[in-house]
Design a protein around this ligand. Structure first.
Ligand SMILES: [Zn+2]
Ligand SMILES: [Zn+2]
Length: 236
């Protein structure tokens, strides 16, 4: 009841603290507290402590062995309250978090001068999709497409193998686990694309997908994810 009353008083309120919020559903105070990942590797989004802000940085691992992904834009770290927001969307079916996540990603994406015009959400396996009822990456991608006036296509890629959860695996096992998991169903009508995901953990999932789309003729693959978790990918 208190919540309903607040909704009446404030046409838009913060999803985290219920304070009034004018443009997006997160108040300025909560926005200021978010764990930013601005000083991160240009290629793999690994946080780089002490690095200068907003410069093109490459971590030692990417210098030695670059990923197939050409560029990662991952504006936040997977710490509180970012992890809470992702879990609310993914496991509590609170789809109201999808437009908020897209809005929060927008701040970083708007600083880029040359964004790909086609965005593709990382697909879920049909069994997982049926279980969850929606693909959280697709929900985020659809809002991003609207905000940035880009084309979002979710009919081009498919996940053939329902991989077990990647979280408890080592980086090497993750790569093995995900190999051959994706397939391109239709011609991808662009040479430059961005893959959209909610959380980037080791990067092995998105990197495998990047390999698959490059084999299908795409030349540049970016990854835009909301949050960076875990250790960087070690390619063998
Ligand atoms: Zn707030
Ligand atoms: Zn890197």
């Amino acid at each position: 009841m208190w919540q309903r009353l607040l909704d009446k008083i404030y046409p838009q309120h913060c999803l985290l603290c219920h304070a009034s919020s004018q443009n997006i559903s997160l108040c300025q105070g909560c926005q200021n507290e978010l764990p930013s990942n601005h000083n991160a590797c240009w290629h793999c989004a690994q946080p780089l402590e002490g690095a200068a802000q907003h410069s093109a940085l490459i971590c030692a691992h990417c210098l030695k062995k670059p990923l197939t992904i050409d560029r990662c834009i991952v504006p936040f770290r997977y710490h509180s309250p970012i992890d809470f927001m992702v879990k609310q969307l993914k496991f509590q079916q609170k789809l109201v978090y999808a437009p908020l996540i897209a809005e929060l990603m927008l701040f970083s994406l708007k600083q880029e001068t040359d964004l790909p015009q086609l965005i593709l959400p990382v697909p879920l396996h049909s069994a997982r999709l049926q279980q969850r009822g929606f693909n959280q990456s697709q929900e985020i991608a659809l809002h991003l497409a609207k905000l940035l006036n880009l084309t979002c296509r979710y009919d081009l890629l498919t996940r053939r193998i329902n991989t077990r959860s990647q979280t408890e695996l080592t980086a090497k096992l993750r790569q093995k686990n995900i190999k051959g998991a994706f397939q391109v169903r239709k011609t991808i009508p662009a040479k430059r694309i961005a893959l959209i995901d909610d959380v980037m953990t080791s990067g092995s999932t998105a990197n495998e997908l990047a390999k698959t789309v490059k084999q299908a003729g795409v030349e540049e693959v970016q990854l835009w994810a909301f949050a960076r978790a875990g250790a960087p990918l070690r390619q063998s």
